[in-house]
Ligand binder design. Structure first.
Ligand code: ADP
Ligand code: MG
Length: 765
């Protein structure tokens, strides 16, 4: 049977009485309408009397007058119970003044089976249905909660094996997927109607009964009897299952405070009841008003506990219990008003469907296992039987780690790919390695440029240790600062640099040389005596320079960091770079270029000499030829003079030697050229990095100005030399010169082991 959707089902049940006031309470034959004809209290002021109505008509789902308990259950509750078995939440509420028959309707007489109420009948129906619905397995749990003076009481706590939870330990909670529930309320699994009835009667016994002026046996508390149902299909083995809650609620008397004449404890009880029912009414008004998006459920325990049992996705039914006597007409009227408001609440019941996580996991595991088997079958077919698809073990991860280390060090040329999980693990290790490297570089850069909070740590032992670790690329930055100081470049702050620039241009205008340009021209006019240096050999060059770091050490710690002037053109920035951060690289470039030039001039000289020997050989050969022809003219052939032959032989040997030296020089020139190119590229790339970092120039600007910068690089703008490194390079150059001179003057015997390439004329390049 399908639970209905639409509005809350509202019924009126009239307590049987011998004094039924027919003239006041009129039940129409349609069985759904109650008309009340009543003149209000005439003691009230005249002005309010004018607007007092005397008749009301209430059209409800049904009017239950003189009907049996069985009919009440069938008409009011049956569909809600069946809906709960299908997975819909259901709530049946009895509302009305004390003594009107709420408990009689809900629980009924415990002495007479025929007069049993909704709860025992619902229990019976549930277990009968469970027996009938063989295609499903059902779990039934039961709880019985009492809300007395805003305190939660577990009416079945006495049945718990553990210590009784104190009322304070219960709290109303809400969880997605589970809805509202009472944390700490005992849930009792039940397997039969009898078990459930035992619990019901136990709970009834435990109810707080207060004495009352109107009816001593009526409860002064709200009671919520709940059946928690869960059903799973026996036929379908999927992970889906449905749950539902069937709330059977016996509300406390709704009479107004003044009517009871309560005092002390009774007054307090009445006050709490009034308060909670008034909030229940507010919640119902809010639920009925579709424009309202907030319903004040949390104002009392009652509305909070019934949050998902009033309207919404729940099948809700209200039984409004009223007296038939004229004496209770005002409370009757009030109850009927409440009932008609309740009728306005729209409901949209929905099945509470869930996925069983354990069953789902089991199902997925089975699927994974099947796929693994499929994969290994496929791998066997393509001759890859060793591929595993289980998660990597600790040992495998350690092996991958070591492979990555070796690969990064260069001792392992390649890593064979085995599986996707291995590739993932490799990427993870590489990421870690990159991150570690990044951190190291950042720390060094910060330390080098005295940036950020790292300033404070400049003197920490770790950094000192790094400082003493020989020269590295980063050391250049340190020597850059030395260079700044040595060249007496103005302070590196933007303002000062700009000032210096202005000063320079002013000096230029006045036809004077600035100290800086003077230094440049001095350096340019000096003869450059350098040896060939590869960029990789910068480290060697650091050695003499480290000695010159004394001025840097004597610098105050609070020295300002270098900030290049952003107003500089790129060419000017390049000049600055060559004098500062890139001074070493630039110096190497210039020195290499000087050596290259020197080698080229040597090559030209040697080519002249080789050509001179060649000319002599030609000349000697011509003389010999002439001699032969002269003798041949006289009718006999004669060998040339031995002297001429020896001379020619010697000349040829000399030619071969010189030619070999020339080849050596050519190889050296090629090597020098390569180093110069390498230096230039390195200088430019370092500059670009530096420039991007400090000037943040967009990519396209960098590219357009690259050619100009390259040209300037070739302009032989020599950087200022450090005096100590200059002497070193001069000495080195002299040694190279001596070696070359010696190789030019090598004797034929010394070179006899090497073979010449024939008599080729060389022309100077
Ligand atoms: P409430 O719970 O609303 O305070 P009760 O259910 O305790 O009121 O009813 C008060 C008395 O009236 C009880 O003795 C009950 O047996 C009796 N009573 C109420 N309604 C009926 C009814 N429909 N038929 C017979 N007796 C009733
Ligand atoms: Mg009662």
């Amino acid at each position: 049977m399908k639970a209905h959707s639409g509005e809350v089902g509202v019924y009126v049940r009239i307590r049987p009485t011998a004094n039924f006031s027919q003239d006041i309470i009129e039940c129409l034959p349609d069985g759904q309408t109650v008309n009340i004809h009543h003149k209000k209290d005439t003691k009230k002021p005249l002005c309010s009397r004018k607007i007092q109505r005397s008749s009301w008509s209430f059209r409800l789902e049904g009017v239950l007058q003189d009907v049996s308990q069985e009919e009440v259950y069938t008409r009011v509750c049956r569909r809600v119970v069946l809906g709960a078995l299908d997975g819909y939440n259901g709530t049946v509420l009895c509302f009305g003044q004390t003594g009107a028959g709420k408990t009689y309707t809900m629980t009924g007489s415990t002495e007479s089976y025929k007069q049993r109420g909704i709860i025992p009948r619902a229990i019976q129906e549930v277990f009968q249905e469970v027996q009938k619905r063989t295609e499903h397995t059902f779990s039934v749990y039961l709880s019985y909660l009492e809300i007395y003076n805003e305190t939660l009481v577990d009416l079945l706590a006495s049945l718990q094996s553990s210590a009784h939870p104190s009322p304070r330990s219960m709290v109303i909670s809400e969880e997605p997927g589970r809805g509202v529930f009472i944390r700490g309320l005992s849930l009792h699994p039940i397997h039969s109607e009898e078990e459930a009835l035992n619990l019901l009667f136990e709970g009834e016994m435990n109810r707080v009964i207060g004495s009352h002026a109107l009816n001593r046996n009526s409860s002064r508390s709200h009671c919520i009897f709940t059946l928690h149902l869960e059903s799973r299909s026996r036929t379908l083995s999927d992970a889906k299952y449905v749950t539902s809650k069937l709330n059977l609620v016996d509300l406390a008397g709704s009479e107004r405070l003044g009517k009871t004449g309560s005092e002390g404890q009774m007054f307090k009880e009445a006050m709490y009841i009034n308060k909670s029912l008034s909030f229940l009414e507010q919640a119902i008004l809010a639920l009925a008003d579709r424009r309202r998006d907030h319903v004040p459920f949390r104002q009392t325990k009652l509305t909070h506990a019934l949050k998902d049992s009033l309207g919404g996705n729940c099948n809700t039914v209200l039984v409004a219990n009223i007296y038939g006597e004229a004496s209770q007409i005002e409370e009757t009227l009030s109850t009927l008003h409440f009932a008609s408001r309740m009728k306005c609440i729209r409901t949209n019941p929905a099945v509470n469907e869930h996925m069983d996580p354990a069953a789902q996991i089991k199902k997925l595991k089975k699927a994974v296992q099947m796929l693994k088997e499929e994969l290994s079958f496929g791998n066997t077919l393509v001759d890859r039987p060793s591929v595993l698809y289980d998660p990597l073990s600790e040992a495998q991860l350690a092996e991958i780690d070591s492979q990555v280390q070796k690969y990064l060090e260069g001792s392992l040329k390649e890593i064979s790919i085995i599986s996707v999980s291995q590739v993932r693990a490799l990427f993870a290790k590489f990421k870690l390695a990159v991150q570690g490297q990044e951190q190291k570089v950042n720390a060094r850069l910060r330390q080098t440029y005295n940036l950020g909070e790292e300033n404070q740590r400049a003197d920490t032992p770790a950094i000192k240790e790094w400082d003493t670790r020989g020269s590295t690329e980063e050391d250049e930055a340190g020597s850059f600062e030395v260079s700044q100081k040595n060249t007496q470049r103005p302070s590196s702050t933007r303002a000062k640099t700009k000032k210096s620039k202005d000063k320079q241009s002013q000096s230029k205008r006045q036809g004077e040389e600035s100290p800086l340009s003077k230094k440049r021209s001095d350096s340019a006019s000096k003869p450059k005596l350098n040896s060939v240096q590869s960029p990789e050999r910068e480290q060697e060059l650091q050695e003499p320079d480290t000695e010159s770091q004394e001025p840097q050490e004597s610098q105050p710690n609070g020295k300002e960091p270098f900030h290049p002037d952003s107003t500089l053109t790129k060419a000017e920035a390049f000049d600055d770079f060559k004098m500062g951060r890139g001074s070493k690289l630039n110096r190497i470039l210039q020195e290499n270029k000087a050596v290259l030039l020197e080698r080229r001039s040597l090559h030209w000289q040697l080519t002249d000499k080789v050509n001179a020997v060649k000319r002599e050989i030609d000349c000697t050969a011509a003389t010999m030829q002439q001699y032969r022809e002269t003798r041949g003219g006289q009718g006999r052939y004669s060998e040339p003079d031995d002297t001429l032959l020896n001379q020619l032989r010697e000349l040829k040997a000399l030619y071969r030697q010189r030619y070999e030296v020339l080849n050596d020089i050519k190889a050296e020139i090629n090597y020098c050229q390569h180093l110069v190119d390498q230096c230039r590229v390195r200088l430019l790339s370092e500059f670009e990095k530096w420039y991007k970092k400090y000037f943040l120039v967009p990519e396209e600007d960098l590219e357009t100005s690259m050619d100009n910068t390259l040209d300037q690089c070739d302009d032989n703008q020599l950087p200022p030399e450090s005096s100590s490194s200059e002497s070193f390079h001069n000495a080195r150059y002299r040694m190279l010169r001596r070696r070359n001179t010696r190789s030019l003057c090598v004797t034929p015997e010394q070179r006899s082991s090497s073979s010449g390439s024939g008599q080729r004329t060389l022309s100077p390049r």
